[in-house]
Design a protein around this ligand. Structure first.
Ligand code: ADP
Length: 488
């Protein structure tokens, strides 16, 4: 059973019980009140009648002579009186009874004592409410007759019947109208929930996470539910997208990595095969060359193998760094004095292979400036930019200087090298990305800047690039600084 039917059933059930209690109470009250009125009327009347009964002097003969005025009152108040005297077995009836030819049923003398009191009877098809009792002599209390005082209840019964019909019909009509309206309202208020269910179902069946529920109603419980649902969907979509991107990046990384590793391995295998043929193969397989040339070829092959092995180990260690970065691993950080660190890097950079000139700006402004970071990783990051500067500047100069600006240190690497096109800039921090110009011309794996970016991110820094094809490039690494190491 759907919620809206259940709601309607509950609502109608409660309304039905309420109406029932209300109707029974109203009917019961009116019924009680009406019959109480009749009772007091009858009691009043019978009290008046008893004294007007005349008992003969010997006490055995009793007959009824109601005086004119009391008789009048009886007729007027619609009271019907019937008295039976036991000794002469006569029945006296009030005029209105006689006129209408009515007669109350007499109980047998043996049962009479049980019948004393009020009772609803039907006489000649008319409903009466009747009181009956023995008539006794005033002095000796001897039973001489049987008094029956009745009142016609047709009108009251009609009114009560009409009231009952009104209550039943009214309650039924109220119940039907209220249930129909209740069902309509339940359906209306359940409609947005139905929308949520439909949307959830659509998502469960398909893969479309962009589904949102349109709702422009008030921000009540349902409005909030829809808001929460839409918010949840937006987050899920975001997570899913991130996950998809991460998965795609991972796949690209694996395929690029295997591609990059295959090249040195092929070179190594080719050279090893050549060496094998020269030194252990049968004389027929051996190249027909003199000993000196063979020795020269072997030395070159070993040199190639060594170069490729170095390239491979560099590649593997770069990939390990990035794999570590991917698992969310960070490194220990502590306040690091920048001046000695950069001076040391600048000094060691002099010994790197290069064709350009190396200039270092004034580093004195770094005195007393610290960054919270890791010395080794910071050094690695600085070398990546310097080596790139040397690699991509065949002639001209590579320069390192620093800028202090708004609580940050900018470490600037500028060169007058080959530069880059604008559209390459968004990709240079991607893994294995090498600009077309660099591919095959310079040594490199395309991982350096990705590692540098990761190190900068872990240090809460940022990097800026300004470059122009053929004119050179400038990279500025911004890091937040502190001016003195915190006290231990
Ligand atoms: P790699 O230098 O090993 O190729 P990187 O990730 O360090 O890899 O750099 C990615 C690419 O960005 C390089 O291949 C190169 O095309 C470009 N690049 C980086 N630094 C410079 C620079 N100083 N001048 C010109 N191009 C550069």
């Amino acid at each position: 059973m759907s919620v809206r039917w259940r709601l309607t059933a509950w609502y109608s059930g409660i309304l039905f019980i309420t109406l029932l209690i209300f109707s029974v109470a109203v009917y019961g009250f009116v019924h009680l009140y009406t019959y109480d009125e009749l009772k007091s009327k009858i009691v009043q009347q019978s009290n008046k009648i008893k004294p007007i009964l005349t008992i003969s002097e010997d006490g055995s003969l009793a007959y009824v002579t109601p005086d004119r005025s009391s008789k009048q009152r009886m007729e007027e108040s619609d009271i019907y009186v019937q008295i039976y005297t036991y000794h002469n077995q006569l029945t006296w009836k009030s005029d209105n009874m006689r006129l209408r030819g009515l007669e109350f049923e007499m109980p047998t003398p043996s049962k009479a004592s049980k019948d004393i009191g009020f009772k609803k009877v039907s006489v000649g098809g008319y409903p009466f409410f009747m009181y009956q009792d023995f008539v006794t002599t005033q002095n000796t209390n001897e039973i001489v007759g049987w008094l029956q005082v009745g009142v016609y209840t047709g009108t009251a019964e009609n009114t009560l019947n009409r009231l009952r019909s009104i209550l039943i019909m009214g309650s039924l009509a109220t119940l039907i109208i209220a249930s129909t309206l209740g069902l309509f309202l339940a359906r209306k208020s359940m409609k947005p929930i139905q929308k949520v269910a439909d949307a959830a179902n659509q998502i469960q069946k398909g893969t479309d996470l962009s589904v949102r529920i349109e709702y422009d109603g008030p921000q009540d419980e349902i409005g909030r539910l829809i808001g929460t649902f839409n918010g949840m969907m937006a987050r899920t979509e975001g997570f899913y997208k991130e996950l998809e991107d991460a998965y795609a990046a991972q796949r690209r990384f694996v395929s690029d990595a295997s591609h990059e590793l295959r090249t040195p391995l092929t070179t190594i295998r080719g050279n090893v095969d050549l060496l094998h043929k020269i030194w252990t193969g049968s004389p027929s397989e051996r190249p027909d060359l003199d000993e000196e040339t063979l020795r020269q070829m072997s030395v070159e092959a070993v040199g190639d193998i060594s170069d490729e092995a170095k390239r491979m180990s560099r590649l593997v260690s770069d990939m390990l760094s990035l794999a570590r970065a991917d698992t969310g691993q960070t490194f220990e950080k502590e306040p690091v004095a920048l001046q000695p660190l950069i001076e040391e890097v600048a000094r060691r950079a002099k010994f790197l292979p290069k064709t350009a000139e190396w200039h270092v700006g004034d580093l004195r402004s770094l005195n007393g400036v610290y960054v919270v970071g890791n010395r080794d990783y910071l050094q690695q990051m600085l070398f990546i930019f310097i080596e790139n500067g040397f690699k991509y500047t065949p002639e001209g100069e590579v320069r390192l200087d620093v800028i202090l600006y708004k609580g940050q240190i900018g470490i600037r690497f500028s060169d007058t090298g080959i530069g880059m096109d604008k559209d390459e800039i968004p990709h240079i921090f991607e893994r294995f990305y090498r600009a077309d110009q660099s591919r095959g011309v310079t040594e490199g794996t395309g991982l350096g800047l990705s590692i540098a970016k990761w190190i900068i991110d872990v240090h809460n820094g940022s990097v800026e690039v300004v470059t122009k094809r053929g004119e050179g490039s400038t990279f500025i690494v911004w890091l937040p600084i502190i001016f003195a190491p915190p006290l231990e």
